[in-house]
Design a protein around this ligand. Structure first.
Ligand code: C2E
Ligand code: CA
Ligand code: CA
Ligand code: CA
Length: 279
């Protein structure tokens, strides 16, 4: 038994070491990527169901490492968050997305909204308001076209501080949406307190539409809730005509998903906006 216990311990400790080594390796590569500007932004279209037009895009970061190939943000963003590297990465995303939004406006799409994801550490950053204010004046982007995507759990970490920060950002003219809505805290009271404009229904609720009874009930309830609070509602992860039909019939305002367009490069999204292939 003793022998077994020892082996058992060793087994776990080896596994942990390996994980830590992998993390350290990825962290080193990530630092290198920051220094060498190895990131690009891809943009996923968001469609307004009232007029079938693209009203905005969501900026999604992409990183291609020489050895590792394309590394998914689902993998490196959490690591960046743990190590603090999310701050330089996030700063770059904010500036790049605002600069490119301005370019889209000047290329003939003057109303296009730019959605940018903010992580917990970024939102907690004491310099965030000043950074965004500076980026807005440098890029001359219309602040009303910038929509920051924040999750419920980020806001709920420190409600008082969050309200203060959101109000400061709102004064700059910036908009907010709640990302992955429904997956985080169940407390809904904050929806009244926070100056948010949009709820994004998490794609886990959209996936099984219209067959899953629980999901249909949840999605209908979120749409009603949003409308009763005078908020817009957008569904993520719309992958097929069945998803779309359900959401249209239930009065969802906007949609985003592979059915309309995957995240694409800057060049591709301009082509997409020009040709309107979803119509
Ligand atoms: P998210 O903010 O929830 O972004 C939506 C994710 O769903 C994206 O994954 C997008 O490519 C994917 N998606 C969109 N439509 C569909 C669909 O129809 N079906 C399916 N199965 N997936 C769809 P991606 O680009 O891999 O990003 C993953 C997460 O990484 C994001 O989730 C976000 O939390 C984070 N992330 C990405 N870019 C950034 C960034 O610039 N900054 C920060 N802080 N986080 C980012
Ligand atoms: Ca998002
Ligand atoms: Ca989301
Ligand atoms: Ca998500």
């Amino acid at each position: 038994v003793k022998e077994n216990g020892k082996n058992h311990y060793r087994f776990y400790s080896d596994e942990m070491n390996e994980e830590m080594l992998q993390d350290l390796e990825l962290e080193a590569k990530l630092r290198h990527a920051i220094d060498n500007n190895e990131f690009v932004l891809h943009y996923q279209p968001q469609i307004d169901l009232n007029n079938d037009r693209v009203f905005g895009v969501e900026a999604l970061i992409r990183w291609e490492d020489e050895e590792l190939g394309l590394v998914s943000p689902g993998k490196f963003i959490p690591l960046a968050e743990r190590t603090g590297l999310i701050i330089p990465i996030g700063d770059w995303v904010l500036e790049q997305a605002c600069r490119e939004a301005k370019e889209f406006h000047e290329a003939g799409f003057p109303n296009l909204k730019m959605g940018i994801n903010l992580s917990a550490r970024q939102f907690a950053d004491n310099n965030l308001v000043e950074k965004i204010s500076n980026i807005l004046s440098e890029t001359e982007l219309n602040p009303a076209k910038l929509e920051l995507e924040i999750t419920e759990s980020i806001i709920m970490k420190d409600v008082k501080e969050s309200v203060k920060k959101l109000i400061k950002l709102k004064k700059l003219g910036v908009k907010f949406s709640i990302d992955d809505f429904g997956t985080g805290y169940s407390s809904l009271s904050y929806l009244k307190e926070f100056p948010i404009g949009t709820l994004k229904i998490d794609r886990s609720f959209v996936d099984q539409l219209p067959s899953d009874e629980n999901d249909t009930a949840i999605v209908k309830a979120i749409i009603d809730l949003a409308h009763n609070l005078n908020l817009n509602v957008i569904a993520e992860g719309v992958e097929n005509p069945e998803h779309l039909q359900f959401l249209e019939q239930n009065d969802c305002d906007r949609i985003q998903g592979y059915y309309f367009g995957k995240p694409m490069s800057k060049k591709e999204i301009v082509k997409f906006l020009t040709n309107e292939p979803w119509k």
